[in-house]
Design a protein around this ligand. Sequence first.
Ligand code: NAD
Length: 383
Amino acid sequence: MTRRPVGIVMNGVTGRMGSRQHLIRSILAIRASGGVPVGDGQVIWPEPILVGRSADRLRALATAHGLERWTTDLDQALAEADAEVYFDAQVTSEREKSIRAAIEAGKHVYTEKPLAEDTAGALDLARLARAAGVKTGVVQDKLFLPGLRKLARLVEGGFFGRILSVRGEFGYWVFEGDWQEAQRPSWNYRAEDGGGIVMDMFCHWQYVLENIFGPVRSVQALAATHIPERVDEQGVRYDCTADDAAYGIFELEGGIVAQINSSWAVRVYRDELVEFQVDGTEGSAVAGLRNCRIQHRAMTPKPVWNPDLPVTEDFRAQWAEVPDNEEFDNGFKAQWELFLRHVVADAPFAWDFLAGAKGVQLAELGLRSSRERCRLDVPELSL
Ligand SMILES: NC(=O)c1ccc[n+]([C@@H]2O[C@H](COP(=O)([O-])OP(=O)(O)OC[C@H]3O[C@@H](n4cnc5c(N)ncnc54)[C@H](O)[C@@H]3O)[C@@H](O)[C@H]2O)c1
């Protein structure tokens, strides 16, 4: 096997997503498994160049993983002769200007979502990239979750008949930081720093709904800030200026109604942190991160509403587990491999900046719908 090296400037790599999912579980995992095969005896060999704000943290991260290339100077990293790809996992508010610099330097760009803080900014980046002739990609990791892969398989196989509705429940309790340390960074709860659950999760719901069921045609949302004050990483109290819960209704092409609750102020009484129930004329499914259960029309019980009697059926026991039937790799790694093949061998890649802009658009419209107390159509985006 010959190695085809690809220099990847990885910015924001000391953060939660940058270090765990992208550096360790994707790029280093790809190297540990021998690279990404592209035929002709070649493997793509990612060469990470770490970028961040703190020299100490970068040095420590590089040393821990046997890497030598790191810098606090983005321009210097972009000027490296072998750097072909720029990757961004910084806080959302820092993303747009860095991606702009990377495109101007002629790099292909792969980025965490949301692509930008508003639709205009996201489309602007998509247009810039097209004009510069560079390839683009946005992380859409939820599509690679085993539970959702099985759900997509059921849709493709026609299991549901006519799909009527999708009910999603996402969330968990994020500690306020006073009594127990918060398990999410504080910027998530400040609008001025790009936080908010609508901006965070509607980007995900947009591509999940579009890729599995059909494009979103309208949105109606109510965003709330249930916890008004939290304590940050330094132990200092701050005002929460961003939404921490969103109750959204989405109309999809073909008349499917999707209703998704997203919350960082909910306690989990579910099997998984996210679950989607899909009801169709022929059958229903409940999919989580890993598992997916189904109930066919022929196996559907006929409960009769009578609150005077105790429950007569074990409803949960009436569902059957969908088998894996394949091996599921880490979703972030799987998408990285596709993007690297796209860069090196021109393999198809569906989740470009235009796809990323649609996520930002849905989040922006969701916030507007909440502010204006109305339902909004989702216009088609084009470059
Ligand atoms: N795909 C997913 O499932 C998923 C999940 C969580 C977060 N994200 C996205 O990943 C990005 C990073 O989120 P995270 O949870 O890793 O955040 P984090 O706070 O853990 O990391 C943020 C990174 O940005 C850097 N940074 C640059 N400028 C900064 C500034 N002015 N203030 C603070 N940090 C700054 C930090 O040094 C750090 O490396 C966000 O855009 C977020 O939307 C995606």
